[in-house]
Design a protein around this ligand. Sequence first.
Ligand SMILES: C[S@@+](CC[C@H](N)C(=O)[O-])C[C@H]1O[C@@H](n2cnc3c(N)ncnc32)[C@H](O)[C@@H]1O
Length: 244
Amino acid sequence: MYNALLDEYVGHSDFFNYGYWEETTKNQQEASENLVRQLLAFLPELSGSILDVACGKGASTRYLLRHYPPEAITAINISERQLETARRNAPGCSFHRMNATNLAFPDRSFDTVLCVEAAFHFDTRERFFQEAWRVLKPGGMLVLSDILMHLDAERRRAFRTEKNHVRDLEEYRQVMQRSGFRDVQVIDATVRCWHGHYWSVVRFFHQRFLAGELDYPGLQRCLDRTYKVVPDLDYYILAAGRRG
Ligand SMILES: C[S@@+](CC[C@H](N)C(=O)[O-])C[C@H]1O[C@@H](n2cnc3c(N)ncnc32)[C@H](O)[C@@H]1O
């Protein structure tokens, strides 16, 4: 997550997600902001307290400051290095090093739990759903974007577990419901999120190569990282559920 070329690609915004690409979206930073906006659009109103799970370098947390006062925003991440950056990006918010599957907050602490493009890392996302349900107040909502990987990828990739495999949107809905969520919505955003990002980042790498800023082996390395996702990613989804 600390790479000079990728920093340039995201416009030094510190976002680290595929984003949500509309016809008018100009760049990755805008797409990443769109993605958080799309997730917040699941909420009937932007009020109360919010927990940003797996906040990365705090760009999503900084976006939340557009709508929430800092004292209403708490964010967690597994990496202390990323949290140091996040604290600078969103001053006044509370940051904690914590595992999403073992949240050190009392029951019924938050009105909203947000998780942008991270639950596919967790061991497991179902355990995270149970924790999110526990820390939500009754009526509170979990809103998230997530990636459903092909079973082969879950078996092959580092930091993945087969236990985390979810086949499709219907199964995702069932896992959320099994964890206690009601009014579950799961939306296929593969084209808006993954396809949009794919073409944007491939174009960026080629532009850097043609400008002489990236040599040919460098271009190949960058493209390889992107191409490797193609057979592994089945769906990119947006989802929401309410604690009854
Ligand atoms: C793709 S990044 C998304 C970061 C951020 N949400 C954003 O949109 O810019 C995934 C993040 O999940 C975090 N992460 C991975 N496993 C975690 C866990 N078990 N608990 C908390 N955070 C975790 C990583 O450190 C990383 O910051």
